[in-house]
Design a protein. Structure first.
Length: 478
């Protein structure tokens, strides 16, 4: 063993161990105070990735449970309204049976039955037209309008809700589009910055496009200025072209319609030819859209949409491709709408959806299969044959409504409620998994904390003794 003054390896070793103990003690305090085993990626990188993935899945599952509960309320609203329609149909059947007993009834009594039937029919149609969940009509045939693109060359997206042209959509139909005017990009053609594209501008200058300033050197030319602008196109929303030999630069907005803007500030007049500021915007296009016999105009850039997304007064939207943004597109069958199918997202992942078809339950649509030309809307109880036909139509209507109620009940119980139970179990198990990965075992961590406290106290004591070791050398110098 050697004795030295300048180097104290024992103290260095004690200090290193004390530092390690301090770091572990700090981590233990963090875990105990937060209740989490993983407080940063450094604690457990793979564990953090796994826990984060599970938490995202849990969030999706919880939202899917909410969606399923909303769907149940949606179905309950529709089924409750159909219960009232069913009660009215029962009353209508009693009137038809009574009217058939013409041998004992006076014409005035039969006419009274007809008047009551007319009132019932009006009530059924009113219920069909006014039953809503939020702002969505449920029983008029417009519930759950699904739209799709059939011409992918000219159109990339079609979204049609339950209302078009100010009226409810009640039948499947194609979507026909004519481009009345195309959306344009903002465009500015500069003055000649030099005699041709490769000649230097000769004088240093600068200009600003949409808030981004460009510094031009005397040796720059039209082509180098073009490249300079294009490198910043992400920030400015503007691209540049040059190369026609005339020393001019053409600025074009990357956006279409009124969203495409070019604000050019040119103090030296390099691009404008004279000092000043100019602002140019694109124009918004207009589509003429027909669905069935209804029509509406769609305008680009409404709200938060871009110049290739056209919307109407009812919030429907159609997005064209660059090819479709042209007045040559006329009477184009862009897509189709399918009415009567409501879609619900009941899972945490894409594609986990279910659908429910709810038809049109207006009086004119009930009982149409029983007697040719007759529905609940045009029954006549004032004749014996009319009363007989009315019974057939009403029975068919009752069967139609009860069948729809059965479908709704089956959808509610066997699809939605069972799905909620399954999702709740999944959420519970995934939450337990996240807990096992991320939560701290307090009892185990407290044991570790106590050990580290003792080690820290021992390390401080040992370091103090190690620091005093060089003093032994003084004995040798006496």
């Amino acid at each position: 063993m050697s004795f030295t003054i300048n180097t104290n390896l024992a103290a260095m070793t004690a200090l290193q161990n004390l530092s390690n103990t301090g770091n572990q003690l700090s981590q233990s305090i963090t875990r105990l105070s937060s209740g989490l085993r993983i407080n940063s990626a450094a604690d457990d990188p793979s564990g953090l990735i796994s826990a984060t993935s599970f938490q995202a899945q849990i969030g999706g599952v919880n939202q899917a449970i909410t969606n399923s509960n909303d769907a149940i309320n949606y179905v309950k609203t529709a089924e409750g309204a159909l219960s009232q329609v069913s009660s009215l149909l029962q009353s209508a059947r009693s009137l038809a049976v009574a009217a058939g007993n013409s041998g004992s009834l006076t014409p005035q009594q039969i006419q009274a039955d007809q008047s009551q039937l007319n009132s019932i029919v009006s009530s059924i149609t009113r219920i069909a037209q006014t039953t809503q969940y939020g702002t969505k009509n449920l029983l008029d045939g417009s519930s759950g309008v699904a739209s799709s693109v059939t011409d992918g060359t000219n159109f990339s997206q079609i979204s049609i809700g339950g209302t078009f042209g100010g009226a409810a959509l009640t039948a499947n139909s194609g979507v026909t589009v004519t481009v009345n005017s195309a959306s344009t990009q903002a465009s500015v053609t500069s003055a000649a910055v030099a005699a041709d594209d490769t000649t230097a501008v000769g004088t240093a200058d600068q200009f600003t496009i949409n808030g981004t300033t460009f510094n031009v050197a005397a040796t720059d030319n039209a082509l180098s200025i073009r490249d300079m602008i294009n490198k910043a196109s992400t920030a400015t929303g503007v691209t540049a072209t040059a190369g026609t030999g005339d020393g001019k630069i053409v600025l074009t907005s990357t956006e279409y319609g009124s969203k495409g803007v070019i604000n050019l500030s040119d103090a030296g007049g390099l691009l404008k030819g004279s000092a000043g500021f100019s602002s140019t915007t694109g124009t918004d296009g207009v589509l003429a859209v027909k669905i069935g016999t209804a029509s509406a105009l769609f305008t680009a850039s409404k709200g938060a949409s871009d110049g290739l997304t056209f919307t109407d007064a009812n919030g429907n939207s159609i997005t064209t491709t660059l090819a479709g943004n042209a007045t040559s597109v006329a009477n184009d069958t862009a897509g189709e709408v399918v009415v009567g199918t409501s879609q619900f997202q009941i899972g945490a992942d894409a594609g986990q959806t279910v659908s429910l078809s709810i038809g049109n339950f207006a009086a004119s649509q009930l009982g149409t299969s029983a007697v040719t030309g007759l529905s609940m809307n045009n029954l006549d109880l004032t004749t014996a044959s009319g009363a007989t036909n009315a019974l057939k139509v009403i029975d068919a209507a009752i069967s139609q409504v009860s069948s729809a109620q059965g479908d709704m009940g089956n959808f509610q119980t066997n699809v939605l409620q069972s799905n909620i139970s399954s999702l709740q179990t999944a959420a519970q198990n995934m939450t337990a998994t996240v807990s096992s990965i991320q939560d701290v075992d307090v009892a185990s961590e407290m044991t570790n904390f106590t050990k580290l406290q003792i080690l820290q106290q021992a390390g401080i004591s040992v370091l103090a003794q190690a620091n005093s070791n060089p003093q032994a050398v003084l004995k040798l110098l006496q």
